[in-house]
Design a protein around this ligand. Structure first.
Ligand code: F6R
Length: 240
């Protein structure tokens, strides 16, 4: 595991983009994340694309998760997030992008389809944020490491943390999500995890500065992965 600390989210994201670019080519498959963490990295990707340095024409992408109970058009749905923050600004083909379908009438069937798609996806690089409770994707504490795509009941701390995207009203935050499982995440060839802000410090300490590998802190599973890059700002650094 490589651990890199930067002054700011912006600096960490610039380096994360350099690392990402060194690990992929224009035919690669990306595992993508949402939330506040990857936004500057997505800006770097857009900037480089607009400068003519990288085309997404043949890139495929698979997102980690999506909320259950809000429509795709909801401004905080992860479908919408990906369009607004990345897909609308690069030349990726819509049919090559995949975000779990959490609005399907038959949700079980939608989970099965996403699992099948992931089983054939061969993700080259998976981008991850981390929850303050150590969740990756929406695999909350206690999720077995061998889990695949599933519906999750979001933990209270996740609902509270994400209320900042929903007018700070926890009643507006979806209570469930569909997520890739930890087993799916671990199949990626390389993983880049970003973490910014003090509330991520404990998760980073458990990941970088402990021997714990335990389902109660989902991110600790990454210690078993052969190629992980962890980039943080100084607030998330466990030594602070
Ligand atoms: C998002 C995801 C989550 C977030 C995590 C941190 O697709 O899978 O694990 O990465 O909840 O969220 P932010 O980045 O908003 O702090």
């Amino acid at each position: 595991m490589k651990y890199l600390v930067f002054e700011t989210k912006k600096e960490a994201s610039k380096e994360a983009y350099k690392i990402l670019k060194s690990l992929i080519n224009e035919n690669s498959t990306l595992g993508l994340a949402t939330g506040s963490t990857p936004t500057d990295l997505y800006e770097e990707m857009i900037k480089d694309h607009k400068e003519g340095n990288f085309s997404y024409k043949n890139i495929k992408s698979y997102n980690l998760d999506e909320y259950v109970g809000i429509s795709y058009d909801h401004p905080e749905s992860y479908h919408k997030f990906m369009e607004t923050n990345l897909f609308d600004h690069i030349d990726i083909e819509k049919e090559n992008t995949h975000v779990p379908d959490a609005s399907a009438e038959d949700l079980e069937d939608a989970l099965k389809s996403y699992q099948e798609a992931l089983n054939n996806a061969n993700i080259d690089v998976q981008l991850l944020g981390v929850g303050s409770n150590g969740h990756i994707g929406f695999n909350e504490p206690g999720t077995p490491f061998d889990t695949g795509v599933h519906i999750v009941d979001l933990k209270q701390e996740t609902i509270e943390a994400n209320s900042r995207f929903f007018n700070n009203d926890i009643n507006l935050v979806p209570k469930q999500a569909v997520t890739m499982g930890i087993n799916d995440i671990m199949k990626a060839k390389h993983i880049i995890l970003l973490a910014f802000g003090k509330e991520k410090q404990a998760a980073i300490k458990n990941l970088i500065d402990s021997d714990i590998i335990d389902e109660s802190i989902p991110c600790t599973v990454l210690k078993k992965h052969p190629s992980v890059y962890v980039l943080v700002d100084k607030e998330a650094d466990f030594r602070n």
